[in-house]
Design a protein. Structure first.
Length: 249
């Protein structure tokens, strides 16, 4: 049977974490384990996680990537599913993750978008267009496959174990989900499915410094991978592999 681990990094986000863990308790297909990685919280995030039966690990290196990577390392499932503390998954989220990856053995990961539930209807639709859809479009062009969205994705543990020492886990200046996508081969099959959409807070639009920080992290993530990982080179490798497979077939 397939085991599914859910990893949630958290720092000073006890209220949102409780909403997330409560949603996980109501899943049609329960997680085999829930791992919460406390990244130096001053609030009672760790106590909330324990109250909901999660395994809690502490990661002292600050940053989402160090915390998420620690959780992935600790996971024992065949599928490692990732949520953020402010993620609000639907009742069948884990069931859909398992189904998508079980029915498509060639897929290395599956991801879905976020829905900014705190925004009114029109701003929410605008945010989906200029932020969420733009992120996936930019990621597809940059990586050669769909990017992973940190608030809602799942990756096979075999894939993580293959690349875990290569990711920039100790660099808090890079986007963890985008960096992880870079370390997947450009010909990897990543499923983007809107059935994996989760509610997320509107924090990216909270203030200008927050938006500038996210933009800077995106630029830094691209920069740390160097010239050979720029879109033309990744797409060129993908085309060569496809042609080679076609000739072989």
């Amino acid at each position: 049977m397939v085991r599914v681990s859910v990893v949630i990094p958290v720092r000073d986000d006890a209220v949102e974490l409780e909403h997330c863990l409560r949603a996980l308790q109501r899943q049609t297909r329960p997680a085999d384990e829930i791992i919460v990685v406390d990244n130096g919280s001053a609030d009672d995030s760790a106590a909330v996680a324990v109250r909901y039966g999660a395994r809690v690990h502490t990661e002292h290196t600050p940053g989402i990537w160090p915390a998420a990577a620690r959780g992935f390392d600790e996971a024992t499932g065949d599928i490692i599913a990732r949520l953020d503390a402010d993620s609000r998954p639907r009742r069948d989220w884990i069931e859909r993750v398992e189904t998508l990856l079980s029915l498509d053995p060639e897929a290395v990961a599956a991801t879905g978008p976020g829905v900014f539930y705190q925004l009114p209807r029109f701003p929410r639709a605008l945010a989906d267009l200029v932020y969420m859809r733009a992120y996936f479009a930019m990621g597809l062009v940059t990586l050669g496959h769909w990017p992973l969205f940190g608030s809602s994705f799942a990756i096979r543990s075999t894939v993580w174990n293959r690349i875990r020492l290569d990711v920039h886990r100790d660099d808090s200046g890079v986007h963890d989900d985008f960096d992880l996508g870079y370390h997947l081969d450009p010909w990897s099959r990543v499923i983007l499915d809107r059935s994996l959409a989760v509610g997320v807070s509107a924090r990216p639009f909270g203030n200008i410094p927050s938006m500038l920080l996210r933009t800077w992290r995106a630029v830094r993530t691209i920069a740390v991978h160097g010239v050979r990982e720029l879109p033309p080179f990744r797409w060129s490798r993908r085309v060569r592999v496809v042609r080679a497979l076609s000739r072989r077939g």
